[in-house]
Design a protein around this ligand. Structure first.
Ligand code: KG4
Ligand code: ZN
Length: 337
């Protein structure tokens, strides 16, 4: 949910407003953002607890929950911004990539909201949304920059020359960094999604205790599946008591290997590229070790790193709108193009 200081930054009589919606995975989110990048409200209803008992997101369960939550979450975003639909000039929604059934709930809701008021609709790419978290107040980042996008579903290195998009320089060949965090957390008995819990546990451990492999892939790509297998073997070799004693060391060493892989490739890309600035976005950008590993990197505030709708509304500021009623034919997409 919204941070109090952000709430305080709300402005009365703000200019034309964008209502953003995000339902690509297990967060139902809505936000009000001004054309110049001020957040009036940013509401995120997480379904994490609902999926925790299954150890991961169950797509059909997620879709049903989005359907229940989407209207109350939009109402909450309007109420917190002290606005009504009359104040909204554009509706923005995540079109993909993500879980197709989950995306369709957001896209359908956005179409209905826009259509009912004859408003234009902006279809937003979720990855562009993560980058556009950097274009919001209080510290708007200006391209060009090199961007590491690390989340539960994606791990990419992007060259960002302008706010309207990016060029992919490298990506993970198997698991995403967030997925590696979540799988590691699960092996260490930290529940789902465990990235943040592993981060906390790692602070109490020795990152040099175990030597986990940092996969070096050619070019600017990443690979995390070998790391997860190494942790499986390390855990398997310990009895229950030993595992309990070594859990923090395992977490710290495992986290060190993920962060090292991310940082090494990012610095290699920065060396070979034109942009002097580095930015880090996506859920894994909330990781404390990663946040301190690249000095001077531009980082989105913590609540804008994980999935939210303010970043989607922000991306809509730099994406062409589809006029009423053309967007009624708009479809969602599950995978990145
Ligand atoms: O961006 P996001 O909210 O959703 C996707 O688009 O995937 O990212 C969620 C991911 C999860 O894998 C979660 O465990 C991870 O971000 N995450 C973290 C931390 N906070 C969230 N990973 C490591 N350290 C954290 N502090
Ligand atoms: Zn995301």
């Amino acid at each position: 949910m919204e941070k109090p200081d952000r709430e305080a930054a709300r402005v009365a009589g703000a200019g034309p407003l964008i209502l953003g919606l995000e339902t690509s995975c297990d967060e139902t989110a809505a936000a009000l953002v001004t054309r110049d990048g001020r957040i009036l409200s940013n509401v995120v209803a997480s379904q994490a607890e609902l999926h925790a008992r299954y150890g991961g997101v169950v797509p059909e369960v997620a879709s049903r929950r989005h359907l229940e939550l989407v209207t109350p979450v939009v109402e909450e975003a309007l109420a917190r911004g002290k606005k009504t639909l009359h104040d909204v000039e554009t509706v923005a929604v995540t079109r993909g990539p993500g879980l197709i059934g989950a995306l369709l709930i957001g896209v359908s809701a956005a179409k209905a909201l826009a259509w009912s008021r004859r408003l234009p609709l902006v279809p937003v790419d979720h990855l562009h949304g993560h980058v556009a978290a950097l274009y919001l107040d209080p510290e708007q980042v200006e391209p060009p920059f090199l961007c590491l996008l690390a989340s539960g579903g994606h791990t990419l290195l992007l060259e960002v020359a302008e706010k309207s998009g990016f060029r992919v320089l490298g990506r993970t060949l198997d698991d995403a960094a967030g997925e590696a965090f979540d799988k590691g957390a699960r092996l260490l008995g930290l529940g789902y999604p465990g990235g943040a819990a592993l981060d906390r546990l790692a602070r109490m451990g020795d990152p040099e205790a175990y030597r986990f492999p940092v996969a070096r892939v050619p070019g600017l790509d990443f690979s995390f599946s070998g790391l997860k297998t190494a942790l499986v073997y390390a855990v398997r070799g310990l009895d229950a008591g030993e595992l309990e004693r070594r859990r923090a060391d395992l977490a710290a060493s495992y986290q060190r290997a993920i962060v090292k892989a991310l940082v090494e490739q990012t610095l290699a890309a920065a060396k070979s590229g034109k942009a002097s600035r580095i930015a880090v976005v996506g859920g894994v950008a909330a990781n404390s070790e990663l946040r301190s590993a690249i000095p001077d990197a531009a980082l989105a505030p913590l609540d804008l790193c994980t999935d939210n709708a303010a970043m989607i509304a922000s991306a809509a500021r730099f994406t062409p709108a589809t006029p009423f009623p053309e967007y009624l034919a708009l479809d969602a997409y599950a995978s990145a193009a």
